[in-house]
Design a protein around this ligand. Structure first.
Ligand SMILES: NC(=O)c1ccc[n+]([C@@H]2O[C@H](COP(=O)([O-])OP(=O)(O)OC[C@H]3O[C@@H](n4cnc5c(N)ncnc54)[C@H](OP(=O)(O)O)[C@@H]3O)[C@@H](O)[C@H]2O)c1
Length: 291
């Protein structure tokens, strides 16, 4: 498995990242298998959020680390903070909202560290842009968490280019990523400045739902299957190879709950699409040639 730095001053991660968003739907034994299969495949980077599985998935993952001494050193942990929603586990929250105050970011990090059973996070992301976010306040708490060694690197998720640039301007160290939706069914980052901005700041994107959450596309997919066959690849391997060909160095976050699909995804790194086939796929996806 290829490994790359998210940013020249950022952490080295596996090019394919395992996302734990759906892992509350499987048994604790399966979570254990997923973690071990990922590591066996060289997928050493895991993506979490405080809210996944109604605030339980970090703890489920932490149970695997609690049972396996030495496993933490073999992986990079990403988690997110900033979304609050009404839940039996958070009775004080009346309405879904965002909270990027220094108090909440700090509380959330301390909570994630305990749930994940670790003393540090490799990357902390602000999950969604918060209209009430003050970048100076975020910069202050980020710097303190970094100084304390609790969080090594910081990034954002679902930020627009101007939001990314705004927060970066207030920070004395680089944001290492913007985690965005990017897939065959969500091509906007190619055209809305998301990927350009990351190239400008020399930070790599992470792509969430890179396989469109497992949903079929609302187009005739026969051409895509034919192209996949030509590369001796499966449909999902082609989808991952296609996005990884972008010069911004996309890190896809796969969300499968099946170990064999992790193995399938890991093999996508050996598929190198030629430029014309890359554009042939774009044409199928857009339903027209590029202008
Ligand atoms: N930052 C954000 O706002 C945000 C939002 C959403 C997600 N995320 C992150 O992105 C990660 C991935 O999201 P996702 O789960 O939607 O990603 P995905 O990999 O696009 O979709 C995974 C889903 O597709 C299904 N699937 C069907 N065929 C598949 C195949 N051939 N290979 C692999 N999966 C197949 C999987 O089912 P099986 O489980 O049965 O394989 C699973 O339900 C999440 O875990 C989370 O870490 C971030």
């Amino acid at each position: 498995m290829e490994r790359r730095k998210l940013h020249e001053q950022g952490p080295e991660c596996s090019r394919i990242i395992a996302g734990a968003w759906r892992w509350h739907t499987v048994s604790p034994e399966q979570v254990d298998r997923l973690v071990h299969t990922a590591l066996d495949q060289g997928i050493t980077t895991f993506d979490h959020a405080d809210i996944y599985g109604d605030h339980t998935n970090e703890g489920r993952f932490g149970n695997v680390l609690r049972k396996n001494a030495g496993l933490r050193e073999k992986m990079q942990l990403i988690t997110k903070c900033g979304i609050k929603f009404p839940s039996g586990r958070r009775p004080e929250t009346r309405v879904k909202h965002y909270d990027t105050t220094r108090e909440h970011i700090r509380w959330s990090v301390e909570n994630s560290l305990a749930e994940l059973s670790t003393d540090h996070l490799d990357v902390l992301l602000i999950h969604r842009p918060d209209p009430l976010m003050h970048p100076g306040e975020v910069a202050e708490v980020f710097a303190a968490l970094r100084q304390e060694g609790k969080v090594l690197h910081f990034g954002v998720s679902n930020f627009t280019p101007s939001q990314f640039r705004m927060l970066q301007r207030w920070l004395p160290f680089p944001l290492v990523t913007n985690q965005i939706e990017f897939s065959f069914s969500h091509l906007e980052p190619l055209f809305n400045g998301d990927l350009d901005t990351l190239l400008e700041f020399k930070a790599s994107p992470m792509a969430w739902s890179p396989l469109s959450g497992g949903k079929p596309l609302p187009i005739d997919e026969r051409e895509i299957f034919q192209l996949a066959a030509r590369y001796n690849a499966t449909y999902s391997q082609l989808a991952l190879a296609w996005m990884m060909a972008h010069p911004s160095g996309v890190f896809p976050i796969i969300g499968t709950t099946k170990p064999e699909r992790m193995e399938e995804a890991a093999r996508s790194l050996s598929i190198k699409l030629n430029r014309q086939d890359w554009f042939a796929l774009l044409k199928e996806l857009m339903g027209k040639e590029v202008p």
